[in-house]
Each structure stands twice: as structure tokens, then as C-alpha cells.
Design a protein around this ligand. Structure first.
Ligand code: ADE
Ligand code: ZN
Ligand code: ZN
Length: 260
């Protein structure tokens, strides 16, 4: 009986857990944002970050926050990956999640990095998380609604295969686009110094509000059970690429401010 249960667990439960695991912008999206940020770092910030990360790139460390999710020890960081509040409501007036959220998470990372009393180890950990969370902030469904867990319970089809709206935005759109993270970074739209400054202006909550607007547009344009195909890519791929770029440019802005 015990053997049977073990076998059952291996054959059924593990594939199911993989099927339902929700990541975030898949690895490619997070890495593209890290790579774009790297290109916009000041000399000083770049030097400090290289020292902290022992030469690892922002692209490489961008997925760390997802990798630690399966470790019990880091369970408390789960709610930092997203922020939910009702459509028609506002973040400011909605009761804050006591377990933390994306905004509180980013604020915490920035304050640890700015604090001269933080240990090197703490700084490294929160730097890796910051790179990831600024990426998540630009995934429109990570500024979502609690009812369907940011679209994780909004069933749709992707080229006739069953999936959910959250995964379409985390992974399917970018996967189908079929570019590596370096290709995505290299082929992002060229922007002037003025545009960079404009993109970097505002607060984390302003950027959250931009994601929320896109999120609302996505809900207005996606029906439950709909089979999403090339027309969906045509509608949204520019938005995805622009969000990856804004995420990278803004991450660099935050890091330049911290380390300069
Ligand atoms: N779980 C609950 N809400 C979520 C969201 N908006 N994004 C990712 N995971 C979630
Ligand atoms: Zn996600
Ligand atoms: Zn995440």
C-alpha cells in the first residue's frame, strides 16, 4: 500500500503540482528585464552590483525569487510577487495585505539596500529579490484581482490547449514570440535620454497603476474559455515588449539611485 501511494505521488501528484505551479513572467521575461537594466546602469552602480553579485549578471539573478519559492524557509516571500485590489477600487484605500505585497516587497528591498547597517548577505538577498519584483510589477496580471488569483483561475485556451490567463501573460505570449532574453533586450525599441528620464520618473505606485490599466484592458478583451491565438499576440506583443523594457529601465533607475 505504501509503495502504491509513493508511486501514486510520483506519477500523479508531481506532474499535477508542476501543471499548477504559477511562476511569474517566465524566466525569459525576467532575464530580458535584467539584461535591459544592466545596459542602463551607471558606472558606479555597475561596479557596486558586480561586487555584491560576484560578477553574476542581473539577468542571471532575476529568477532567484522564483527558485526559492519551493523552499519552506522562504514561504513568507510568496505574497511579495503580486498585488491585488478590486477593479474600481484603489491600492491606497484597499486594506493592505498583512503578509506583504509587491509594493511592500519592493520598498523593503530598497530600504535594506540603502541601509548602511545591512549585512552584505542581506544586501545580496534583497538585491536579487528587487531585480525580480520590478519585473513582476510590469506583468499586468501581477497587479490583479484576488477573486481569480490574478487570472490563475481564469481559464482560457492557448492555440487550443487548456491554460489560464495568468500563464498566457507569464509565459505563453513570450514563448510563442520565440526570442531569447538577449534577443529581446537587443531588439527593444531605441529610446532617447529624454524618454529614459520620462520612463524613470514617478513612483513605484505610479508604475503599478500603469500595469493595472493594462490589466483592465486585458480583462475587457479576453473572454473566459476563449481560444487565444495569433490575433492575441498581434494585439498584445508590443505591450509585453514595452513592459519588459520599462521594467528594465526603471530597475536601472532605482539601482542607480541606491548605489550612486
Ligand atoms: N496569487 C494570487 N494573486 C496573484 C497574482 N495577482 N499574481 C500571481 N499570483 C497570485
Ligand atoms: Zn505570474
Ligand atoms: Zn515573481
Amino acid at each position: 500500500m505504501k509503495n502504491f501511494l509513493t508511486l501514486f505521488a510520483l506519477l500523479v501528484m508531481i506532474p499535477i503540482s508542476v501543471l499548477f505551479a504559477n511562476e511569474d513572467w517566465g524566466r525569459t521575461g525576467h532575464r530580458a528585464t535584467g539584461e535591459i537594466a544592466e545596459q542602463h546602469l551607471s558606472k558606479k552602480a555597475k561596479r557596486e552590483i558586480t561586487k555584491l553579485l560576484n560578477g553574476q549578471s542581473l539577468a542571471i539573478v532575476s529568477t532567484y525569487a522564483d527558485e526559492i519559492k519551493s523552499d519552506e524557509k522562504y514561504r513568507s516571500y510568496g505574497p511579495w510577487h503580486y498585488v491585488n485590489y478590486p477593479f474600481g477600487g484603489s491600492y491606497a484605500t484597499h486594506p493592505k495585505s498583512e503578509r506583504g505585497d509587491l509594493i511592500q516587497g519592493i520598498d523593503k528591498c530598497v530600504s535594506v539596500l540603502k541601509d548602511a547597517n545591512s549585512s552584505r548577505e542581506d544586501k545580496i538577498f534583497h538585491l536579487k529579490l528587487l531585480v525580480h519584483f520590478v519585473g513582476d510589477l510590469h506583468q499586468p496580471l501581477h497587479v490583479g484581482i484576488a477573486e481569480d488569483r490574478g487570472g490563475n483561475r481564469f481559464q482560457v485556451r492557448w492555440f487550443d490547449k487548456g491554460t489560464n490567463l495568468h500563464r498566457v501573460w507569464d509565459e505563453h505570449l513570450i514563448e510563442e514570440y520565440n526570442m531569447t532574453y538577449t534577443e529581446l533586450a537587443e531588439n527593444s525599441k531605441s529610446i532617447s535620454e529624454k524618454q529614459i528620464e520620462f520612463i524613470q520618473s514617478g513612483t513605484v505606485q505610479d508604475w503599478m497603476a500603469e500595469s493595472r490599466e493594462i490589466c483592465e484592458d486585458v480583462y475587457a478583451n479576453t473572454k473566459s474559455g476563449e481560444d487565444l491565438r495569433y490575433n492575441y499576440m498581434y494585439r498584445y506583443m508590443d505591450t509585453v515588449r514595452s513592459q519588459l523594457q520599462k521594467g528594465g529601465v526603471r530597475l536601472a533607475g532605482i539601482l542607480n539611485e541606491i548605489f550612486d
